[in-house]
Design a protein. Structure first.
Length: 232
């Protein structure tokens, strides 16, 4: 059986499920390697060595490398391409990415590509809870997708925790820490904050904080700036 090179693109929870189903159907855990999204030349070298040997478990058809390309620079994709051009027969490469535009066309041409789109609200809710997200956070994020926002900027558990940490820091009037947290925000974290702020309890708390007269209440400007950025 020849090697396989598959790419899943699009909706994140759907990609997670598809990658898991494919990898576990043909490889045992000992024969699965995951790299990314912070890929380095060293991790690509390690992957080359990993797939070059026969599967360790007799129940495995392939040695499988799962590669998250969301943050892969062009030089790293070129290094990956050299491996994909002559894949070992007992190797399966599963690539995953939010948007195909971020992947070299030469890599795409060597892959069986499956674009995954956001499903209905109920299916989204199921997918998110399956990834380990709490039912409360899953419900908020499922509504976020149902409203028509880009699924690739949907908050995940990490971004939700970042948003909550920023709000808690603002409540504690810790300006320097609030600024530090805000500077590290990405689009998922910003949208997670948006979800948290639309909850009635947090809206009331925010209103109370904004009435504060202490000089160090400037920390709340961090929240205001992010909110305005989302609305613009």
């Amino acid at each position: 059986m020849p090697g396989i090179t598959k790419m899943f693109a699009g909706y994140l929870p759907g990609r997670i499920r598809a990658v898991d189903l494919l990898s576990r159907s043909l490889s045992k855990e000992v024969d699965i390697l995951r790299i990314g999204p912070n890929i380095t030349l060293q991790s690509i070298k390690h992957m080359r060595e990993f797939v070059a040997v026969q599967p360790s478990d007799k129940a495995s058809t392939f040695r499988t490398a799962i590669i998250d390309l969301d943050m892969a620079r062009q030089n790293l994709q070129v290094a990956l391409l050299k491996i994909l051009e002559e894949p070992p027969e007992t190797a399966m490469f599963i690539l995953t990415v939010s948007n195909l535009i971020n992947v070299l066309s030469t890599i795409q041409s060597r892959c069986l590509i499956e674009q995954i789109y956001p499903p209905t609200y109920g299916a989204v809710l199921r997918d998110l809870t399956d990834t380990g997200m709490s039912i409360h956070s899953s419900a908020s994020s499922a509504r976020y997708i149902a409203e028509g926002y880009d699924a690739n900027t949907m908050p995940d558990e990490v971004s939700i925790q970042r948003a909550k940490a920023l709000l808690e820091t603002c409540r504690q009037r810790n300006i320097s820490m609030a600024m530090k947290l805000a500077m590290a925000f990405d689009i998922r974290s910003i949208n997670a904050l948006r979800i948290e702020l639309v909850k009635a309890r947090l809206q009331r708390e925010l209103a109370e904080m904004m009435r504060a007269t202490e000089p160090d209440s400037q920390a709340l400007l961090v929240v205001e700036t992010i909110i305005n950025g989302v609305r613009s």
